[in-house]
Structures are given as C-alpha cells and as structure tokens.
Design a protein. Structure first.
Length: 151
C-alpha cells in the first residue's frame, strides 16, 4: 500500500486542526507505487507538463476538508476516501488541468452508494512532490444527512 504507517494519524490530525479553525502543516503521507509514478509521468509528458520528480505524496487538507464537509462527510469518512483513492490498485489519468488517480473497485460508502474514490493532485506548488489536494467519492448521489443544530 502506498500510504505510510502513520498516514491515518497525520491526515486526521490535519483535518481536525482545520476543523478547529487552525492552520494545518504540510505532512508526508505516502508514495505512489512505481507503476503509478511511471504512469503519471508518462501522461504528464504526453500533455507537455513537467514530470513529478518524487514518488512521495504530501498533504495539507484545507480544500478537501471544506469540499467534503459541505457534502456532510466526517473526518473518518474523508480518511476512508483517501485510503481508497490512494490504493495500490488506483489508476492514473490526467488532462491539462488535473492529475488524478481513481480506485476502479467500487466501495460501499455507508450512505447507500457504491463509489469510486478519486484523488486529485496539485503537482506544481510542492514540487518535486505531488500534494493530495482533494478526494472525490465519484457516484455519491446520496450525500450524508447533515443535522442542523437546534437553537
């Protein structure tokens, strides 16, 4: 598996820091498999984009947290999405505006959907490493129910 043994603790710590209104730090959470790294660079070369020089994946989490909480997802849900999207079986694809990987294996999300988790990477700011910018549970037509606080 491409994730480091302490990735879950690091990811959740960053997401909880953001949840509490703090500023999360850049943390290393794993590496692309050799095949994923080769595939990313081949696709990026074909698009005339710079290659990713390091297999290491880094994470901050602000965009991911903001996007997924709007959909009602919890920090634990976000971790599950990340873990699935960064699986060793995930397949690389890219276009001039996005470099991504998606798990081809459907995952029951606990909300009545079977999703394919897609990781979106930012490949310029943290050069030579790729930053996990967001994860999208593709196919989540039924979003989690969010409970509004009662006055």
């Amino acid at each position: 598996m491409p994730l480091y043994p302490d990735a879950e603790a690091r990811v959740k710590a960053n997401l909880r820091t953001i949840e509490a209104g703090g500023r999360a730090l850049l943390v290393a959470i794993g590496e692309f498999t050799e095949r994923q790294w080769d595939d990313i660079n081949a696709v990026r070369r074909g698009l005339r984009l710079h290659e990713i020089e390091s297999r290491e994946i880094v994470f901050i989490g602000r965009h991911l947290y903001v996007s997924r909480t709007k959909d009602g997802y919890t920090v634990d849900d976000m971790w599950t999405q990340i873990e699935s999207a960064l699986s060793s079986v995930s397949v690389v694809f890219a276009n001039p505006k996005m470099t991504a990987m998606e798990n081809p294996l459907g995952r029951p999300d606990g909300y009545g959907n079977t999703v394919h988790d897609r990781a979106i990477f930012e490949c310029t700011q943290r050069k030579p490493r790729a930053e996990l910018f967001s994860v999208i549970p593709k196919g989540d037509s039924q979003k989690p129910v969010t409970k509004k606080a009662h006055p």
